[in-house]
Design a protein around this ligand. Sequence first.
Ligand SMILES: Nc1ncnc2c1ncn2[C@@H]1O[C@H](COP(=O)(O)OP(=O)(O)OP(=O)(O)O)[C@@H](O)[C@H]1O
Ligand SMILES: [Mg+2]
Length: 621
Amino acid sequence: MKLRGLLTRAMAAQVVVTAAALLASYAVAGPGFGIAQIAALIASAAAAVLLARFCARTIETSEDKCAAAQAAELARARNDSAQMTQAIIKTALDAFIQIDDNGTVLEWSFQAEALTGWTRAEALGADVVDLIVAEPLRAAFRQRMARLVPELSNTPSGLRFELTLVHRNGDPILAEASSTVLRLGARVITNTFVRDITRKRAAEEQLVQSQKMEAVGQLTGGIAHEFNNMLTVITGTIEILADAVKDNPPLATITKLISEAADRGAALTSSLLSFARKQALQPADIDVNALLEELAKLLLATFDKKIEIVTRLDRNVWLAYADRGQLSSALLNLAINARDAMLDGGRLTLTTRNIVFGVREAVAVGAGYAGDYVEIEIADTGTGIPQAILERIFDPFFSTKEVGKGTGLGLSMVFGFVKQSGGGIKVASEEGSGTVFTLYLPKAEASTLRPTGYDDRKIVGGTETVLCVEDDHDVRQYVTVQLEALGYKVIPAANATEALAIAAEGKPFDLLFTDIVMAGGMNGRELAEQMVAARPSIRVLFTSGYAYDSLHTQGRATMGAPLLRKPYRKAELARMLRRCLDTAVDSAGDAIPTPYSVQADVEAFLRRQAAEDNGTKRPGK
Ligand SMILES: Nc1ncnc2c1ncn2[C@@H]1O[C@H](COP(=O)(O)OP(=O)(O)OP(=O)(O)O)[C@@H](O)[C@H]1O
Ligand SMILES: [Mg+2]
């Protein structure tokens, strides 16, 4: 358009100049064709030449300008594209590595620095295989790369594969890579995005492991539960039998044998239930330092002198919330394992400290929730555990000890107990150097109240009336006999419905003694809630050899509710009954809510439900 305008104007100017020159020549020299007209024509020709020159120059300049603008535009586009590529590489969550056909690094993103420990400056120009592949695997890796490039050339969408790399510090990295090949003339450039999947894989493995433990636990728990009910009948009635045959020594010996066998059976089912996380726990605030000092004293007295026992206890450690008896036996199990691994002597170190977990750390040790935990570490300098069996050590009945020396239930018990307590466990071991087991127990909520004092040394009965709810016929009969022997009046009921009917009739009773897990619709827990709602002054004592039911998925959530663990002896039954019946009452005769009263427990349960409804999952809060 501009060019056409220029030419039009030039031609118009030429016409005007020629006409003006001719008119001037006629005006000066008059009509005709003479010197003046010739001069006028020469002048207009000169003007034409000048105009043509001017046009040519103008056109040239404008062409130059146009070319320069195009070049600038192209350069800007190239620059934008490079910047965009850099931005993509920089902001990509995965590491970006670009290499040429010799494996020389051309580009190394910030994430590649973080992933491998090599800086961009160090990596550029280096051989990629030397940087990120462990020495023994380099030759094989190069061969694999040589095969990969032609394969990639035929696959425009690229290839995705897994590989093990090595960090600058020697740590292995399990990675997922996606590569594409770019041909630039004779050059072949490979672009690869690399993602660290070490943690993801570990989490997947942990999930599989915990699902396995869950399945084995369910089976074990079911069997142990049935077994426990039978044992309750044996351990309970054997005392009556022993009483009857005490003047007949041979029979007394036999009853003693039966009693001992039943005790061993009870210990075994207790371990199995612990593993299955179905042990009826009685969590309380525990000073773990005091517990470990006691343990250290016991170990000093019993272990071989070749084993040195060291304690490193943090004086400011929090109280833990767990079942004291179970924790003691868990620690003892770990100490005995350590001893067995240090037959030629060594050092056993017991350490405590406080630890605050974020979600990620909590998940890593299998602990229930992010938050405050008390850490107990038991480290030995023994044989260590071979990598190949490390993931099986918590399995029930897994043992490398000689037949008769280990049942393989020690660590299963520890595992189940810790998990049921809302805690976690971690093991680190190196063959030849030793093993470190670390337990994480939830920190106690300091507000938990203590029970009122009672004497637990002598058997004290009573004359109150007990409503006894138990679905197993034999167990119910045995408990009735026991309670009556202690002086109590007993109203037996076979299930929750029967118990509620008895209460509805208005029969007076002082205490509800109920199994938690019962066949039929309502469990003991729900029964207690209904009864307490109608008669707030009623005391409740739970008994269970099994799960503390679905409302109590975590031991922590029992809030110290009174619970008698099956199988139990007469003395324990007597003590627990007095503990419940002697709980303080107010002037109206209603139980003052303490953590030992059902009211407090129900409140806690409701609070927990409300918290869960609000999206917080931590129990007991
Ligand atoms: N501190 C340790 N050092 C080396 N190996 C250990 C250690 N702790 C456990 N193990 C290994 O784990 C296995 C399982 O331990 P666990 O305590 O469950 O069973 P156990 O000790 O063999 O038998 P139990 O404890 O029932 O008597 C052991 O047989 C042993 O191989
Ligand atoms: Mg053991």
